[in-house]
Design a protein around this ligand. Structure first.
Ligand code: SAH
Length: 214
């Protein structure tokens, strides 16, 4: 194992599994995606520490435990089509690429989207597609989605995301105030939507038509 693999194993065992993420598929995906390659070169030493890290354009890659928890809550299966809102570095999209059939990831900053797209291509993620746009509107061309995950905080759950869920679809999204939110899990059964809440979190704002003003 190289140094990064050793650090990654430690991250998975000591931060993620120890704090309660037990889904074997999620842990295996987090063991295989080289998180350090999703960070700017000068930040790579922080890739496996238990905190968010700056990735440029004023954005952050989320704390590994929160990524693990959200991915576990999403309950992704092999055959799923997934929408990832807020591509950022592309790390979450890569994890989803390991777990799902097809992933569409949407980012409002064109330059972040471009570098994430290049990185994902270089790393061989052929089932992950990066788009530029306002993810509060979802991404209609490939809807419906079995799973939708949002990595930025919304003032309330955007309707277009609920409506782009497939039958039996699930959405995981941080919702609340600008600097404190709760993770919400929305399940669709036919035309019924059921919400449950998980832990308190702090995410950068989801900026767009159904989000915060930029
Ligand atoms: N999932 C990312 C972390 C994302 S940080 C990763 O693994 O690295 C949140 C991202 O959401 C930021 O890149 C921000 O630019 C983006 N974002 C904010 N509002 C958005 C919107 N309306 N549509 C798409 N992306 C948005």
């Amino acid at each position: 194992m190289d140094t990064y693999q050793i650090e990654r194993k430690r991250m998975v065992e000591q931060q993620i599994a120890r704090k309660g993420v037990h889904d074997e598929r999620v842990l295996a995906a987090m063991m295989s995606v080289p998180r350090h390659l999703f960070l700017p070169v000068e930040a790579r030493d922080y890739a496996y520490v238990d905190s968010p890290v700056q990735i440029g354009s004023g954005q952050t890659i989320s704390q590994p435990y929160v990524v693990g928890l959200m991915t576990e809550l999403l309950d992704v299966r092999d055959e799923h089509h997934v929408l990832d809102v807020g591509t950022g570095s592309g790390y979450q999209a890569a994890l989803l690429g390991e777990l799902a059939a097809e992933v569409h990831s949407i980012e409002r900053h064109a330059e972040l989207a471009e570098s994430a797209r290049e990185r994902l291509t270089r790393l061989g993620y052929e089932n992950v597609y990066v788009h530029v746009g306002d993810g509060t509107q979802g991404y209609p061309p490939h809807a419906p989605y079995d799973r939708i995950i949002v990595a930025a905080a919304a003032p309330s759950v955007p309707d277009p995301l609920l409506h782009q869920l497939a039958e039996d679809g699930r959405l995981v999204i941080p919702v609340g105030k600008r600097f404190s939110q709760l993770l919400e899990v929305w399940d669709r059964t036919g035309d019924d939507f059921h919400k449950s809440t998980s832990i308190p979190v702090v995410f950068v704002p989801l900026i767009g038509q159904e989000g915060w003003e930029g």
